[in-house]
Design a protein around this ligand. Structure first.
Ligand SMILES: Cc1cc2nc3c(=O)[nH]c(=O)nc-3n(C[C@H](O)[C@H](O)[C@H](O)COP(=O)(O)O)c2cc1C
Length: 195
């Protein structure tokens, strides 16, 4: 049986990273993606992306409407590796932190925590306020990975897509996928003393 990864997409900036995450899961042997998008994610997509909801949904193995609270991913009995929320808005961070599961996406995140499965939150906001920081600390204390969508330079990105892919690699790596395209940091060998 394939290892299932739930991918939640919310209305924060950076849906291109979700695109890359879905692509990496599709390319990985033995994994499948289960996608749920918030309404705001669809709106942000319209405003930011050159592709539409259909494109993202077409890359996932299973797609769930966010209001279908009876879906499989709402139950801990449905086995998954866990959930990546990418990009993750501060509203969704607050919802998970407060245990306020009024949508399928929030419920699936709640289930990941209660079942002690991986919950990767690719948060995106800048600057953070005290509420954001408190909620993220609360979730980190409960075992979630807080993985902010930050710009990276050491991998020498030439395009925004390079940067998005790098962050996507970091997300899927937490779920046991080791993408070939992941440019890991190579230390300056002359600085190492290898016996
Ligand atoms: C173009 C656009 C970009 C946004 N970027 C962010 C962001 O980076 N971080 C964030 O927390 N909210 C952002 N928002 C606001 C969220 O979409 C809004 O708070 C929404 O209620 C989040 O709902 P959701 O978590 O259910 O998707 C953005 C909204 C728009 C329209």
């Amino acid at each position: 049986m394939n290892r299932r990864i739930i991918v939640g997409v919310t209305g924060a900036s950076g849906i291109d990273v979700a695109y890359e995450v879905l692509k990496l899961i599709a390319e990985a042997d033995g994994f499948e993606s289960h996608l749920v998008m918030s309404d705001s994610a669809k709106r942000t997509m319209e405003l930011e992306c050159t592709y539409g909801q259909d494109t993202l949904e077409g890359m996932a193995d299973v797609v769930y409407p966010n209001d279908r609270i009876e879906s499989r991913i709402a139950s801990g009995t449905f086995k998954t590796e866990g959930m990546i929320i990418v990009p993750c808005s501060m509203k969704t961070v607050a919802g998970i932190s407060g245990g306020f599961s009024d949508s399928l996406l929030l419920r699936a995140a709640d289930v990941s925590l209660k079942e002690r499965r991986k919950l990767v939150l690719a948060v995106r906001e800048t600057p953070f306020n005290g509420i954001h920081l408190r909620n993220m600390k609360n979730l980190w204390d409960m075992g979630a990975d807080i993985l902010p969508l930050m710009m990276t330079f050491y991998n020498k990105p030439e395009t925004i897509r390079d940067m998005a892919r790098h962050m996507a690699c970091k997300c899927v790596e937490r779920m046991g996928i080791d993408p070939e395209c992941f440019k890991r940091w190579q230390t300056v060998r002359s600085a190492e003393r290898i016996r």
